[in-house]
Design a protein around this ligand. Sequence first.
Ligand SMILES: NC(=O)c1ccc[n+]([C@@H]2O[C@H](COP(=O)([O-])OP(=O)(O)OC[C@H]3O[C@@H](n4cnc5c(N)ncnc54)[C@H](OP(=O)(O)O)[C@@H]3O)[C@@H](O)[C@H]2O)c1
Length: 328
Amino acid sequence: MYQPNPSRYEIMQYNRCGKSGLKLPPLSLGLWHNFGGVDVFENGRAMIRKAFDAGVTHFDLANNYGPPPGSAEENFGAILRKDFSAYRDELVISTKAGYTMWEGPYGDWGSKKYLVASLDQSLLRMKLDYVDIFYSHRPDPETPLEETMDALAHVVKQGKALYAGISNYPADKTNEAAKMLRNMGVPCLIHQPKYSMFERWVEKGLLDVVEQEGMGLIAFSPLAQGLLTDRYLKGIPEGSRASKAHGFLKQKDITPEKLDKISRLNQLALARQQSLAQMAIVWLLKDKRVTSVLIGASSTEQLDTNLEALKNTSFTRDELRKIEEILS
Ligand SMILES: NC(=O)c1ccc[n+]([C@@H]2O[C@H](COP(=O)([O-])OP(=O)(O)OC[C@H]3O[C@@H](n4cnc5c(N)ncnc54)[C@H](OP(=O)(O)O)[C@@H]3O)[C@@H](O)[C@H]2O)c1
């Protein structure tokens, strides 16, 4: 029987999520890739155990994670029942709806009809009574924002989610959404945007809005899906995300220009006695508005390395300047 590491809470320091009562670990684990029906169940299970043993309390899902869609939630539910039934109250579990999930007009985007039904389906797949955070996965240009926010407030008031979150919303829509939710009596807990050294749109306004509104921020794809590591420096390895047909990292994204930057960043990381993956993770955490960095991993070894990142989180001015030079 799985016995979690008794020192897990001594290893990890937690960050308050905006102005809420909830604290999150600086590193959280996402189940977008490597936990689906096409993946090895025991590998996923070992990663969840490893993460929890290191003090990672937050696990992020969405209705469509797999493939096939829904299978990551099913597998995660099975792992919870096998290993974590005594630890539900130590876990922060999130899920989302907003991308295509089922056929017809009610299985996509941001209607109340879709979001409420999708959360019910997610709870059934994970065999949970509630999730901790339920997200609108993306803004819907056709559904009134008020309806999407009403759906989030509704599931929180029903007790099917404890907190509401939004993902991929631009700064202006985030501002509006936060105000609407507050008026509905359900403050927006958190924003989940894509944020990495290679993807910095959040710095142009979103981080400011999140701070003003008292929300937390959890950065997804902090390693640009594996690009910000040494994984692709010598070609595309067998089994890597870019080598898989169902992987979202495409070979065409690995350009010579990117590889040149990656190689220079790698040198800089090594000079700090860190791997590039570690440096890319802690570079995000230097901004205190970033509550947590939401990593993915395909093995317990990667997870180990990435968790070690927290041992060296400070940067000299010179290092930060050199990083900007490489990224410019
Ligand atoms: N809200 C949204 O719209 C949205 C969208 C995308 C993701 N997310 C969330 O964010 C989470 C993380 O996204 P992500 O998986 O793209 O994050 P990521 O951390 O940028 O990429 C993870 C991938 O990088 C590679 N990797 C990780 N550590 C490594 C290391 N130390 N050395 C070499 N390679 C390493 C692995 O790929 P290999 O398979 O090649 O080993 C791993 O699967 C998702 O699981 C999901 O929860 C949310």
